[in-house]
Ligand binder design. Structure first.
Ligand SMILES: [Zn+2]
Length: 314
């Protein structure tokens, strides 16, 4: 039996997926990331895990068709990583490094957001589309662009950094990138909490309920679903910022579908409907732009997309 592996390397966990040649997930598991020795133990650990798996399953090394890696930072076309803060890597090439352990196996690496986008494109909400953009709403806002099956990284690795597109909203607080008014400051989980706090302060409710330090983006979404006026306003402002950004993106690249993932997207249609309202307001020339859909693969998007790097790449 032939098998390919998708490995999603994060700062706390390494997720592994074993896949059939058709891209079907056979088995998944994870282990803790060992960051000691400037992250130099990570790839030997990856190698050991894969070797253990093929040994248990009685698979020969020549039947491994490829190993794809998702890395939490910028990766160039050769797999070179200039700096990856989360893994403590500097001037490091995980592809050539892993080749030492598997000299005859195809190995590829790509940024984790791009890899998650590839996963959704081939096996999730972007199936049967030519072009797609994944937007992940977590602590920050990330994204990946796929056009005709290929990840678009851009000339400087900036493509897909939708979180730092200007929302056009007036804002005096600075984003962690140094600009003000970034989409990240609104549509991330952090942004939702920030805007909700300012709405509470404005309305004078904050002190009374002593809610200021105690709630999360998830709480705001739950309140909004129950019909709370302020919480709904908060979601409209935050997702409105994202909707405008997606309209800008449509005017530049016109993708078939926007797929919304990450923790905040668990609130479902509350989120996609608010994005759609503002997106449709900003569209020029056409009545209906891209579909805006929820991601389908959840935590498996990374391992799935990493595997697609070696199953579908050139
Ligand atoms: Zn920013």
């Amino acid at each position: 039996m032939k098998v390919a592996f998708g490995v999603d390397i994060g700062g706390t966990k390494i997720k592994f997926g074993a896949f059939s040649q058709e891209g079907r997930l056979l088995e998944k598991w994870s282990e803790t990331t060992d960051l000691s020795d400037s992250g130099r133990k990570i790839l030997p650990d990856v190698s050991r895990q894969i070797r253990e798996y093929i040994k248990i399953k009685n698979i020969r090394e020549e039947d491994i068709t490829g190993i794809g890696l998702g890395i939490p930072g910028p990766v160039d076309k050769t797999g070179f990583v200039k700096i990856c803060v989360n893994l403590h890597w500097k001037e490091f090439n995980p592809v050539t490094e892993l080749k030492h352990f598997f000299p005859n196996v195809r190995i590829a690496a790509e940024n984790d957001a791009n890899v998650a986008a590839l996963g959704e494109y081939y096996r999730g909400a972007g199936r049967n589309c030519e072009s797609m953009m994944l937007i992940t709403l977590g602590t920050g806002v990330g994204g990946g662009i796929i056009m005709n099956g290929k990840v678009i990284c851009g000339a400087h690795g900036l493509a897909g950094e939708i979180g730092h597109i200007d929302s056009g909203m007036s804002e005096i607080e600075k984003c962690n990138c140094g600009n003000t008014g970034c989409i990240d400051q609104f549509a991330s989980a952090t942004g939702i909490v920030r805007i909700m706090k300012s709405l509470l302060t404005e309305s004078g409710d904050a002190g009374e309920n002593n809610i200021m330090t105690k709630f999360t983006a998830r709480d705001v979404c739950m309140l909004a679903k129950k019909g709370d006026v302020l919480a709904n306003r908060c979601i409209d402002i935050c997702m409105g910022a994202l909707g405008k950004g997606l309209a800008c993106f449509s005017h530049a690249f016109d993708p078939e579908v926007f797929v919304i993932g990450g923790g905040v997207a668990r609130a479902g249609e509350l989120i996609t409907n608010a994005i759609k309202r503002s997106y449709n307001e900003k569209l020029f020339l056409i009545d209906k732009g891209a579909d805006i859909k929820l991601a389908q693969l959840g935590n498996d998007a990374g391992i799935t997309g990493a595997c697609m790097l070696v199953l579908n790449g050139d």
